[in-house]
Design a protein around this ligand. Structure first.
Ligand SMILES: [Ca+2]
Length: 238
């Protein structure tokens, strides 16, 4: 899990979690193998799949995560995000079945730098395995993303993602906004109805807090959720 303080790397904010703090999350949690870790150079291979981190050519900074299937490059982070790559310091890759079809998917987090909280903004690329051996690619922004963000909220063997976002609202107070994202065979979509109590909005305080805020009026809450939805639609390609 993640804390807003430097040193711990991933997951939703441990200090402001969307579930009661200090207790197990009450839903099946994703088990995911970390097969590439930031600067690590060793490639991962399984069957026809090869995943590697290689230095960003022409620059001293940054690494490219590359995925090949039967030797053919099907994805690399530099081509997928050329405008962002000058600030990237590489990524982490998890190899796991998110959709419950028995085929392992590839989840790539590329670090884009802190956001002022001493925290981590990341570009996430999800390659969803298809029965014919291809992968469908979707992109989303993650705040300190990691496997902890994935739980099976409706116990159907297919994981959902808790999407965490940090909003400064009306220039006064800051809030964590948690949304539920459904993962189907080809992409991602917001579906808060899957989990009672979501969207969940938690006031950012200096001390840990897991309680949904009571500070917002209904109109303010709806406004904040609209901003969150716009951010999801603006930052994600499918
Ligand atoms: Ca599910």
């Amino acid at each position: 899990m993640f804390s807003i303080f430097p040193g711990v790397l991933h997951g939703y904010p441990e200090s402001h979690p969307p579930f009661p703090a200090g207790k197990p999350v009450p839903y099946p949690a994703l088990q995911a193998d970390l097969v590439i870790d930031y600067g690590a150079g060793a490639p991962f291979e399984e069957g026809p799949i090869r995943i590697s981190n290689i230095p960003y050519w022409g620059k001293k900074k940054g690494r490219v995560t590359e995925v090949r299937v039967k030797g053919r490059r099907i994805f690399d982070t530099h081509t997928a995000h050329p405008d962002l790559f000058f600030i990237s310091l590489g990524g982490r890759v998890f190899y796991t079945d998110l959709t419950g079809d028995g085929l392992k998917d590839i989840l790539i987090y590329t670090w884009l730098g802190g956001n002022g909280l001493g925290a981590y903004d990341e570009m996430a690329d999800l390659l969803i395995a298809q029965a014919d051996g291809r992968f469908d690619h979707v992109t989303f922004m993650a705040f300190a993303g990691g496997p902890e963000d994935f739980i099976d909220v409706n116990h159907d063997g297919r994981y959902e993602m808790l999407w965490a976002q940090f909003h400064i609202f009306k220039g006064e107070h800051s809030y964590w906004v948690y949304r539920v994202v459904e993962i189907d065979d080809h992409g991602l979509q917001l579906n808060d109805q899957l989990l009672p109590g979501f969207p969940k909005i938690i006031w950012f305080t200096k001390k840990p807090n897991d309680k949904p805020t009571q500070r917002l009026t209904t109109a303010e809450r709806e406004d904040l959720i609209r901003q969150s939805t716009a951010a999801w639609q603006g930052e994600n390609s499918q």
